[in-house]
Design a protein around this ligand. Structure first.
Ligand code: UT7
Length: 417
C-alpha cells in the first residue's frame, strides 16, 4: 500500500517544507485503521431509569443520544485487540512486522502490565515493543506523535497506535453530571514509514497540571480516595464540567492553528477536523474558532458519547469508511482533557482506502493470532517449570507420584475387600 502513496501536491508546490522535519529521513503514513465498539447500547431513555435526567437535557447539552457499554467479558484489551486486528487487515500488515504498539488509555486493566503488552501477545506481534500512554482524552494524539517520531527518525518502520477505553467500569452511575457522558470503545491506526512525503506533518503537545483536579480518575492509592478509617474508597471519575468546557473551547482553535502553522498551512487548507468527541457544543465551537463550515468537523458523539482516548481513532475510522478522506487531503485531529492536557496534529492523508481482502497475508495473520492463542498457555507453563530448581523438580515429581498412588489405592478400596 505504501508504494501507492501519491506524492504530496501541497508540499511539492513549495508551500511548506516544515523546518522541524527538514532533518528527518522518513515520513510516517497512516496505512490502516479500525474500530471496535461493544454491541450493548445504553440510550438516554435507559439512563432516565438510573439517574434524575432526561433525553431532552442530555441531547440539548451534549448532543449524545446513546453510548456503548462493554459486556462483562469485554475489556480494554479485547476491544483494543479487535480494533488493531481490523487496522492490520486494512493495512495488510503481518503482526510480526509491527515494531511498536502504543495503547492510549485512561482505563487500563492493570497499572502494570500495560494493556499494550497484552495486545502485543494477543496479536502475536513478537517483534514489537509495547507501552501504555496516559494523557486522558489527548492520549491518542500524544501516542500518534510518539510513534510517528520514531518512524521519522528511522528507528522503526511500523507501529500500531490504539485508543481504547472501558469507561463504564469507572463511571459513578449515581452521578448524573458524568454518567450520561461516557461510553466504551477502541480505535486503532497502523503507521508505516516511507520516503514519500505526507502522513503526520506536525504535532503540538501541551499540558497544564495546575488543572489536575478538574477531571480526575484516582487510582486506589490516591490521596483523593483516602478515608478516615485508613481505607480507600472505590475510585470513580470526577469532572468539573463547566471548567473543562471553558478550557476545551479555549485550546481547540489555538492548538490546531499552531500545528498548521508549523507546516505553513491555515484552517482553509483543512478538509476535515476530527476533534475529541466530548460535547456537540464543543465540536460546533471548533468550527467557529477555525472559521470553517461545521460539516468539515467530524461528529459521531450522538452514537458513542465520550470514549476518551478512543474517540478520535473511532471517528477517523468512520470518516474513512464514509469516504470523507481522500489522498492529498489535510486533516487535523485535536484532543483535550484530563491533565489538563491538549494536543493537535496535522496529517496529509495518503492512504487509498481499500476493503480488506482475504489474501495470503490475511491467512497468515489469522495463523499468527491462532498461534499466539496456543503459545500463550504453553509458554506460561514452560516458564513456571523453568523457574523450578532440579531439587524442587524431583520433590514435585515425587509428591505427584505419591498423590497418584494414593488416588489409585483409594479407588481400589481397602486391602482384603
Ligand atoms: O473528555 C474530556 C473533556 N470533557 C469535556 O470536555 C466535558 C466538558 N463539559 C461539558 O460537556 C458540560 O459542562 C457538561 C455536559 C458536562 C455539563 O453541561 P453544562 O451545560 O455545563 O451543565 P452544568 O454542569 O452547568 O449544569 C447545569 C444544570 C445544573 O443544575 P442547576 O445547578 O443549574 O440547578 C445541573 O445540576 O444541569 C444540571 N444537570 C443535569 N440535569 C439533568 C447536570 N447534569 C444533568 C443531567 N440531567 N444529566
Amino acid at each position: 500500500m505504501i508504494d501507492n502513496i501519491p506524492r504530496s501536491g501541497r508540499l511539492l508546490r513549495g508551500r511548506a517544507a516544515p523546518a522541524r522535519r527538514s532533518h528527518t529521513l522518513r515520513y510516517a503514513h497512516i496505512v490502516g485503521w479500525g474500530m471496535e465498539v461493544p454491541s450493548q447500547v445504553l440510550t438516554n431513555s435507559d439512563l432516565e431509569a438510573i439517574v434524575d435526567t432526561s433525553d431532552e437535557w442530555i441531547t440539548s447539552r451534549t448532543g449524545i443520544k446513546e453510548r456503548r457499554i462493554a459486556a462483562p467479558r469485554e475489556t480494554t484489551t479485547s476491544l483494543a485487540t479487535r480494533a488493531a486486528q481490523k487496522a492490520l487487515d486494512v493495512a495488510d500488515v503481518l503482526p510480526s512486522d509491527i515494531d511498536l504498539i502504543i495503547v492510549a488509555t485512561a482505563t487500563p486493566e492493570h497499572i502494570f502490565p500495560s494493556t499494550a503488552s497484552l495486545v502485543q501477545d494477543y496479536l502475536g506481534a513478537t517483534n514489537a515493543g509495547a507501552f501504555d500512554l496516559s494523557a486522558a482524552c489527548s492520549g491518542f494524539v500524544y501516542a500518534l506523535d510518539m510513534a510517528a517520531s520514531k518512524i521519522q527518525t528511522g528507528a522503526i518502520n511500523t507501529a500500531i497506535v490504539i485508543g481504547a477505553e472501558t469507561l463504564s467500569r469507572v463511571v459513578d452511575w449515581a452521578d448524573r453530571n458524568t454518567c450520561i457522558l461516557f461510553g466504551d470503545g477502541a480505535g486503532a491506526v497502523v503507521l508505516r514509514g516511507s520516503d514519500t512525503p505526507g502522513g503526520v506533518l506536525s504535532t503540538v503537545l501541551r499540558s497544564d497540571g495546575s488543572g489536575w483536579d478538574m477531571l480526575t480518575l484516582p487510582t486506589i492509592n490516591s490521596r483523593d480516595t483516602y478515608l478516615q478509617d485508613g481505607t480507600h474508597e472505590l475510585h470513580r471519575i470526577y469532572m468539573d464540567g463547566r471548567g473543562v468546557f471553558r478550557f476545551a473551547t479555549h485550546v481547540i482553535g489555538d492548538s490546531i492553528r499552531d500545528a498548521l502553522a508549523q507546516v505553513g498551512l491555515t484552517p482553509d487548507d483543512l478538509t476535515l477536523v476530527i476533534p475529541h468527541q466530548a460535547n456537540q457544543r464543543i465540536i460546533e465551537h471548533a468550527a467557529k474558532a477555525l472559521k470553517i463550515p461545521e460539516d468539515r468537523v467530524y461528529s459521531n458523539i450522538a452514537r458513542y458519547g465520550n470514549t476518551s482516548a478512543a474517540s478520535i481513532p473511532i471517528a477517523l475510522a468512520e470518516a474513512v469508511e464514509q469516504d470523507r478522506l481522500h489522498a492529498g487531503d489535510i486533516v487535523a485531529m485535536v484532543g483535550f482533557g484530563g491533565g489538563l492536557t491538549w494536543a493537535a496534529t496535522v496529517i496529509e492523508w495518503t492512504a487509498v482506502p481499500s476493503r480488506p481482502a482475504y489474501s495470503i497475508t490475511w491467512g497468515r495473520r489469522q495463523g499468527a493470532y491462532a498461534y499466539a492463542g496456543v503459545r500463550r498457555p504453553l509458554v506460561r507453563w514452560w516458564r513456571r517449570l523453568m523457574l523450578l530448581s532440579p531439587t524442587t523438580w524431583i520433590l514435585k515429581a515425587r509428591a505427584y507420584l505419591r498423590r497418584r498412588r494414593e488416588q489409585l489405592s483409594n479407588l481400589r478400596g481397602p486391602k482384603g475387600n
